[in-house]
Design a protein around this ligand. Structure first.
Ligand code: NAD
Length: 268
């Protein structure tokens, strides 16, 4: 039986498409912006740090628009999406990537404001990114990629990272709810769950009194089986994002994909 002829060289290309990537000023978001631009997309780089975005825009090259916005702020995100669509006249791919590790601390010392900050950026920010993008994705039968984590989805041994893990678990639920709701419009929604990836995020984590809540048992050495302990690179994650954004993934929706060199299978 003969199927349709597929041009493999074009399968991962995003020519003529417009992508919005949040948190594009650093780490995984920046790597995705670079790769998507190389694949032919026009890219909207969204983030809350204007200087970081400007530097990233230089590195990405191609046809881009940098938009300073806080993903946890509805007014900002509504404006960010309209600015992008006004500039490029369409929206095909959304990468809800911006996120923070926030404060890692025992439950009784974690302040409600610290909890709200992490949930606000990681979960509400993902919701707002989707909410304002959906009307435009309906026009293009576009797709959404959410960046969650192994934490809260397969790994529960990072004691103190409770707000982070809960925000990441909820991103998976949000993806699945949205995938079914939006399937009738031909919009795909998927979520990726990276393990340890080398980016600046780790230096921004606030850790407090964790000695009081260490896991009952700890692995003595190495946590990434596939690479003998070496953590992943932002570019590894960007490649998975490109695959999900492209026509090569046209029948994939509502799915979480772990990208961690087997780390979460070992750590749990
Ligand atoms: P990073 O700190 O390098 O980049 C995060 C970006 O998000 C930064 O540009 C930052 O300015 C931006 N940002 C933060 N809060 C924002 C807000 N309120 N509004 C707009 N922009 C905001 O981190 P990264 O490692 O590239 O992380 C990207 C995503 O990947 C996060 O959602 C993170 O949880 C997830 N992740 C990272 C790892 C890892 O090991 N690096 C593992 C699993 C999941």
């Amino acid at each position: 039986m003969e199927g349709p002829v597929v041009d493999i060289s074009k399968l991962l290309m995003l020519d003529g498409r417009v992508a919005l990537i949040t948190g594009a000023g650093s780490g995984i978001g920046k790597a995705a912006a670079i790769l998507f631009a190389q694949a032919g997309a026009k890219v909207g780089l969204v983030g809350r740090d204007a200087k970081e975005l400007e530097d990233s825009q230089q590195e990405v090259g191609g046809d881009t628009l940098a938009i300073t916005a806080d993903v946890s702020c509805p007014v900002d995100m509504e404006r960010a999406v309209s600015q992008l669509v006004e500039r490029f006249q369409r929206l095909d791919v959304v990468v809800a990537n911006a996120g923070i590790n926030g404060v890692w601390a025992p439950l009784e010392s974690l302040e409600p404001a610290e909890w709200n900050e992490t949930i606000g950026v990681n979960l509400t920010g993902t919701f707002l990114t989707m909410k304002y993008a959906v009307p435009h994705l309906r026009q293009t039968h576009g797709n959404i990629i959410v960046n969650a984590s192994i934490n809260g989805t397969r790994v529960f041994s990072n004691c103190g990272a409770t707000a982070y893990a809960c925000s990441k678990a909820a991103q998976v639920s949000l993806t699945k709810m949205a995938a079914l709701e939006l399937a009738r419009d031909g919009i795909r929604v998927n979520v990726i769950c990276p393990g340890s990836i080398e980016t600046p995020i780790h230096g921004k984590t606030v850790q407090r009194e964790l000695e009081n809540v260490s896991a009952a048992v700890e692995y003595p050495e190495g946590t990434v089986p596939l690479t003998h302990g070496k953590v992943g690179a932002a570019e590894d994650v960007a490649q998975l994002m490109l695959f999900l954004a492209s026509d090569a993934a046209k029948h994939i929706t509502g799915t979480e994909m772990w990208i961690d060199g087997g780390e979460s299978l070992l750590m749990g």
